[in-house]
Design a protein around this ligand. Structure first.
Ligand SMILES: *Cc1c(COP(=O)(O)O)cnc(C)c1O
Length: 428
């Protein structure tokens, strides 16, 4: 038993499943999760001293890589002045100003501590603003673990929601309607049936939680048009895509202005920080201005704000996103060449520096397509890459994240490892 395994055995005695978030337990790929001891740049190290090139990036936040010196300095300076006050600070104002500048649709915003809080609060606000109760989400989009958002689609056409987790009252889940991503007619049907009761439509503008799935041309514009026509709010959940695909998120790329936006992950530069924001008239319903209650003891925590501010300032340097996209493309091209050479059936979806390989399918335009992929092949791929020093998301429906810390040598090493696995698995 290696050290990671020993610690994991101990973990399971005191923490359910040994982890504080389920995907960390490696259930979809099998095996024992590595206990991480430290990270530096593009690398993480485990308890047994193994080094890996990391493409999980803490599931998105670490766009600068691990432990960048600028963040460490900002944290040190901030911590020396105290770690939390429960009173307003100027840093929060600077961060709000910066986010609003990068994302003009975000006229006002409030800081929270997790993406789950951001989406939950945005939905409460949308319900108060529209005085309606129903929420539309898309099958396969993940918006955190609050009750009403843990709902999957029924079979066939979009149906009334059923809970996707034990402990969610059916009555709550009923308030959530589910449409199909990239299928605008499924949303039209919901609006024609429930139009006057729909408070909001929430969507990942680029899906990142069924692997990467890009919106079809016109899909987001149709969402904007339909919500507007029916008096519902459009909420973009840019917890992954915000500051990842562009400084202004997917809304900058697709030139769509949502009513509300949820942010997280990169926003906190690796510390717990998230936000929701948008139209001034909607945001002004929040207490203490308006009647919608929302609060947090550690909201806008000074350490998290310092890390977030430093991250956004570094990202705002010219050329950052061109550079990141070029790195993403290098990886995609390398993988594609290997797939061609070995005639392995798979498809790669990429948005800038986030990408997913789906095995056993030719095209993935919807979560239904994604579900057709070969999960066993993914597990083989995952473990082969791990053995070669490459740390991938331990589940098939996730994005790999390339950071500014990944060197071309890191990427080429990753492609070579993929080639070795692909060639060996082709030989059988
Ligand atoms: C990660 C994620 C969330 C939830 O954020 P947490 O900080 O994990 O609560 C919400 N929406 C999307 C799109 C996410 O990827």
């Amino acid at each position: 038993m290696d050290k990671s395994e020993k610690i994991f055995v101990r973990a399971q005695r005191k923490i359910p499943g040994g982890v504080n978030s389920p995907v960390r337990a490696w259930k979809s790929v099998g095996g024992v999760p590595r206990m991480v001891t430290r990270g530096k740049g593009s690398y993480i190290y485990d308890a047994d001293g193994q080094r890996y090139i990391d493409f999980v990036a803490s599931w998105g936040p670490l766009i600068l890589g691990h432990a960048p010196p600028e963040i460490l300095l900002a944290l040190k300076q901030s911590a020396a002045n105290g770690t939390t006050f429960g009173a307003p600070t100027e840093g929060e104002v600077e961060l709000a100003e910066l986010v609003s500048r990068f994302m003009p649709s975000v006229e006002l915003l409030r800081l929270v501590s997790s993406g789950t809080e951001a989406t939950m609060s945005a939905i409460r606000l949308a319900r108060a603003f529209t005085r309606r109760t129903k929420l539309v989400k898309f099958d396969g989009c993940y918006h955190g673990h609050s009750d009403g958002l843990l709902v999957k689609a029924g079979s066939g056409v979009a149906t009334l929601g059923l809970p996707d987790s034990a402990g969610v009252p059916t009555a709550f889940a009923r308030e959530t309607l589910t449409a199909k991503y990239n299928d605008i007619s499924s949303l039209q049907r919901l609006f024609s049936q429930y139009g006057k009761t729909i408070a909001a439509v929430i969507v990942e503008p680029i899906c990142g939680n069924m692997g990467v799935i890009l919106p079809e041309p016109g899909f987001l514009a149709a969402l904007r048009e339909l919500t507007q026509r029916h008096g519902a709010l459009l909420i973009f959940d840019e917890v992954i895509t915000g500051f990842r695909v562009a400084l202004g998120g997917a809304q900058e790329i697709f030139k769509i202005s949502p009513d509300l936006t949820c942010l997280g992950k990169i926003l906190g530069g690796g510390l717990p920080l998230a936000a929701f924001g948008g139209r001034r008239d909607v945001m002004n319903l929040l207490a203490p201005v308006g009647p919608v209650y929302q609060a947090g003891t550690l909201s806008g925590n000074p350490l998290a704000v310092a890390a977030g501010l430093t991250t956004l300032r570094l990202l705002s340097r010219r050329g950052t996103y061109r550079y990141l996209a070029a790195k993403g493309k290098r990886l995609e091209d390398g993988f594609s060449n290997v797939l061609k050479k070995t005639a392995i059936r798979a498809t790669i979806n990429r948005a800038g520096s986030m990408l997913t390989i789906f095995f056993g399918v030719d095209k993935v335009q919807s979560p239904d397509d994604a579900r057709q992929c070969d999960r066993q092949m993914f597990a083989n791929f995952f473990h082969s890459m791990l053995a070669q020093g490459i740390y991938l998301p331990p589940a098939p429906f996730e994005a790999m994240f390339v950071s500014l810390a990944h060197s071309n040598a890191d990427l080429d090493k990753t492609i070579l490892a993929f080639d070795r696995w692909a060639s060996a698995s082709k030989r059988g």
